[in-house]
Design a protein around this ligand. Structure first.
Ligand SMILES: [Zn+2]
Length: 395
């Protein structure tokens, strides 16, 4: 991943080299060995074989030069930020921090109090209330969402975490969205109800799809995205409890060979999505959210101020889903969302992937960054009123 991983990796190498030369202690040497032999069958799985005896830090390290070299370009980073800001604006639009219900005390949510009713907190913070923008209070899921973008830059769909709605711990945004993409009769059916694209097999091209998610993916979602063949996943915040499983899957998954018309292997694509933290696309909110979450964890562990209390119930769980209800988290999403509205593009005419020559048919052209921004703004306008993709995030 980023600089911190490079540091960890380097530290590990230095430490290991010192230990090997100086003491060759039984514990250090034993720790460097795998506990079990790889075993027949598994030993034919190339990445597993390659990483079996290596330190965990190497397995977690992502070489972006292999599958996401474009991230080095500020033009590409700008493109990713457009969809990241859109996602933050969608989360802000459907924000609901009433994780433990609207009644009680949430010391970290003072600004979400209902001014009209004592000890009651607002779920929906939407200021616009008219027939198109109804209010709702019920907590349906966490403030975590995901947007899918196709290979040209068109937005396919979005979805929210709906754990509470389905009384489940597994209704996460990414896996819900991937299942929804497969359930669509044709993933190229646009939300704009545009024309069908001929000769596109149904739900067969997720290898060109980028998902943007607000929280680093768990094992379930990383697995679902790998099975679906999703190209890459850009995330806005670390989940420190997800033990970098997305990185591990990316490195361990067998790659799919690419063959030319004569059957010769000319390359390969990753067998799991490339995990891309927001820091790799210049998203300032990535660090802010991580720092805010760490501060929240510290506060909960210190035991001074709870997340929630009511009638003998005290919730001090330092869960990230609680952090994502706080005023601090709300402010960061608000700042990210505001970026979408006031965004001054530096690379308006940049297209990625580069098409040379550019197709005559405008429908087949990759969107420029300016067109991506217009797409994102139009999609928000649609969602702002309709809001019903997948299962609704409002009732
Ligand atoms: Zn998940």
């Amino acid at each position: 991943m980023s600089d911190s991983d490079k540091l960890n990796r380097r530290d590990f190498i230095v430490t290991t080299a010192g230990a090997t030369g100086a003491l060759a202690g039984a514990t250090s040497m034993a720790a460097a060995q795998p506990a079990d032999p790889l075993g027949p069958g598994f030993d034919q799985q190339d990445p597993l074989q390659r990483y079996w005896s290596k330190p965990l830090g190497e397995l977690v390290h992502v070489d972006y030069g292999q599958d996401a070299r474009e991230l080095e370009r500020p033009e590409s980073q700008e493109r990713h930020r457009i969809y990241s800001y859109l996602l933050m604006k969608l989360i802000l639009r459907f924000w609901n921090g009433n994780k433990n219900g609207p009644i009680g005390s949430y010391p970290q949510r003072a600004r979400q109090l209902d001014p009209a009713i004592p000890n009651r907190y607002r779920g929906d913070l939407n200021e616009r209330t008219d027939r198109s923008h109804i209010s709702w209070d019920r907590y349906l899921g966490h403030n975590i969402a995901c947007v899918a973008v196709d290979g040209l830059g068109h937005i396919i769909d979005f979805d929210f975490n709906h754990n509470a709605f389905f009384r489940s711990t597994a209704e996460h945004a990414e896996s819900r969205l991937v299942r929804r993409l497969f359930s669509l009769t044709d993933i190229f059916d646009s939300w704009k109800t545009g024309p069908h694209v001929d000769a596109k097999p149904h739900a067969a091209l997720l290898s060109e799809v980028t998902l943007y998610t607000s929280l680093e993916s768990c094992a379930q979602c990383s697995g679902v995205m790998s099975l679906a063949g999703v190209k890459q996943i850009v995330y806005m915040q670390n989940d420190f409890t997800a033990y970098k499983i997305g990185n591990i899957m990316y490195n361990l998954a067998n790659r799919t060979p690419i063959k030319d018309k004569d059957g010769n292997v000319i390359g390969s694509v990753a067998g799991a999505p490339v995990p891309i933290p927001g820091s790799k696309v210049g998203l300032a909110e990535f660090d802010r959210l991580n720092q805010g979450n760490l501060a929240f964890i510290k506060k909960m562990n210190q035991g001074s101020e709870p997340f929630f209390s009511s009638a003998g119930i005290t919730d001090r769980d330092p869960s990230i889903t609680s952090f994502l209800c706080t005023d601090d988290a709300y402010d960061i999403f608000k700042a990210g969302a505001a970026n979408l509205d006031g965004l001054q593009l530096q690379f308006e005419s940049y297209r990625f992937p580069v098409q040379d020559p550019l197709p005559d048919d405008p429908a087949k052209r990759v969107l420029t960054n300016k067109e991506c921004l217009i797409e994102a703004q139009k999609f928000f306008e649609y969602v702002d009123v309709e809001g019903y993709r997948g299962s609704p995030h409002k009732l």
